[in-house]
Design a protein around this ligand. Structure first.
Ligand code: PSU
Ligand code: MN
Length: 302
């Protein structure tokens, strides 16, 4: 069997403006029933902007770019869905398992299918305490490798944001503030970390990305869009919950791929769903902006 089943990869280099969406957030990032509702809402946000969504996942060993509603439902509800990054993708396919794609593996498939825009919530990055744990998300490796615009609300606030920015710079990944001069902090609009790139419209993002790729670079262009103001949880109001979740993760020996889902669900539970509502709002917002960028790319070519 070929490592990726080409027949499941729809619309290669398609003229239709498409936006890739990931499925780890559905399987491991949000609790039921919010996971399924949010997956649908993100697809709808892409459609409302005039583009076509393609949610990515692995269905019994078959990579699918553009999951059906029924397949999305299964990914949301099955208990045996593996979180798939670059290291275990081949194995999940070989073993005919179900897989939810992270930013890393979604970028791989988006690039392969010629989809130029991808939306997620918050990328993975350098974890706090990484100098001991060496826990640095494969999302960063993938951002350095796949030429796809990635729209996010910054890196997740549970991470070490300054170190994450440094690694992105080392890897040559442009980090473009979307209508902001600061790195957003996922639940919160501001982190206090200045960015030197900014775009105020989807067309400006498309122009920056086209110029970057024209130079022969093959990295992602990371677009960081702050959560809508009405949904944000200000940094000082959530700091304590993030810190106490990090302590709980250490005490309970949570490691590897379980760290991020553990922290997100704990923070959601401890904030009476406030963090969860913020997460959902930022996912939809990013999907909408990604759709607008996909449309801007298609206009650029006319
Ligand atoms: N954004 C969210 N929730 C999530 C994720 C992103 O709002 O759960 C997922 C993405 O799939 C991302 C992953 O790639 O978290 C990062 O996991 P890790 O830190 O284990 O690399
Ligand atoms: Mn990790």
């Amino acid at each position: 069997m070929s490592p990726t089943n080409q027949s499941a990869i729809r619309n290669p280099q398609s003229a239709i403006p498409q936006v890739a969406l990931e499925s780890t957030v559905i399987a491991h990032g949000l609790p039921s029933p919010h996971n399924l509702e949010t997956a649908r809402a993100c697809e709808n946000a892409v459609r409302e902007s005039g583009a076509t969504p393609a949610t990515i996942g692995i269905v019994a060993g078959q990579p699918v770019i553009g999951l059906s509603q029924k397949q999305i439902e299964e990914i949301a509800n099955r208990a045996d869905v593996v979180k798939v990054n670059l290291a275990n993708l081949g194995a999940v396919i070989a073993q005919r398992r179900w897989g939810a794609t992270t930013v890393a593996s979604s970028l791989y498939f988006a690039a392969k299918a010629g989809i130029r825009v991808f939306a997620t919530g918050g990328i993975g990055g350098v974890h706090r305490g990484a100098s001991d744990s060496f826990d640095i998300s494969a999302d960063l490796t993938a951002l350095a490798r796949f030429p796809v615009v990635t729209v996010c609300a910054g890196a997740k606030a549970i991470l070490d944001l300054p170190k994450t920015l440094e690694v992105l710079e080392t890897l040559g990944v442009p980090v473009v503030g979307y209508q902001t001069d600061e790195l957003p902090a996922f639940y919160s609009r501001s982190s206090g970390l200045r960015l030197d790139l900014r775009a105020d419209s989807p067309e400006e993002v498309a122009a920056i990305a086209a110029s970057h790729w024209q130079l022969g670079f093959t990295t992602s262009v990371l677009v960081v869009a702050p959560i809508p103001a009405e949904a944000e949880v200000p940094a000082e109001e959530i700091r304590h919950e993030i810190e106490s979740a990090l302590i709980a993760a250490t005490e309970q020996n949570i490691t590897g791929k379980s760290v991020t889902p553990f922290l997100l669900s704990r923070i959601a539970a401890k904030t009476e769903g406030r963090a969860l509502r913020a997460n959902i709002a930022l996912l939809e917002n990013n999907a909408r902006i990604a759709g607008q960028i996909a449309i801007a790319f298609s206009k650029q070519e006319q």
